[in-house]
Design a protein around this ligand. Sequence first.
Ligand code: PPO
Length: 214
Amino acid sequence: SEGIVIHDDWPGYSLDLFSYPAHYYGDLDCVIIPHGVIMDRTERLARNIMDDLGDHDIVVLCVLKGGYQFCADLVDRIKALSCNSDHTIPMRVHFIRLKSYLNDQSTEDLHILGAEDLSFLSGKNVLIVEGIVGTGKTMKTLLKHVESFRPKMIKIAGLLVKRVQLSPTCVPDYVGFEIPNRFVVGYALDYNEYFRDLNHICVISESGKKKYKI
Ligand SMILES: Oc1ncnc2c1N=NC2
């Protein structure tokens, strides 16, 4: 499913209505998704994932760094479901690092760190967890790499999917929110490593982009 659709004309919430770190005053435009809404959506995604993958060993492949907050909260919700049901399955978490952005532009070269040897995936249900999917190029590259280790099943959970011009090459199986094509930060999504310590997903302001530009 496409998840909760946030339309292009959605103005977002005023920052004055929320708590957020004082060191980011002036660097943000608005709150596009409050932390609480992220958590509630994640709880439902955990149930959908357990319905589909809950019958066999799961290996969670967390794509760093942007996916670490979503992955931590999603795994926490999956564990909560498992410990309240009679059938539970072991779940492992592995971390890989994809580096493909400088400032707010995707670069062509994609480095996959920590994914050299994924042979332990063979025969497993793999859940790739990513914070945000833009064109899907990065995800497509990663998918081919993971498939080469012959897992039993691969599913992708993406907290955010951006509406980009060219048709997305790969849409996640589980989507938290479909958002406009604007640069967002917070909830582990960064701009040059800043804003990962922000709980809500916000739109960065022009002055924020200048302030933290490399
Ligand atoms: O909006 C974004 N914010 C942070 N990181 C990324 C974004 N889009 N692709 C990577």
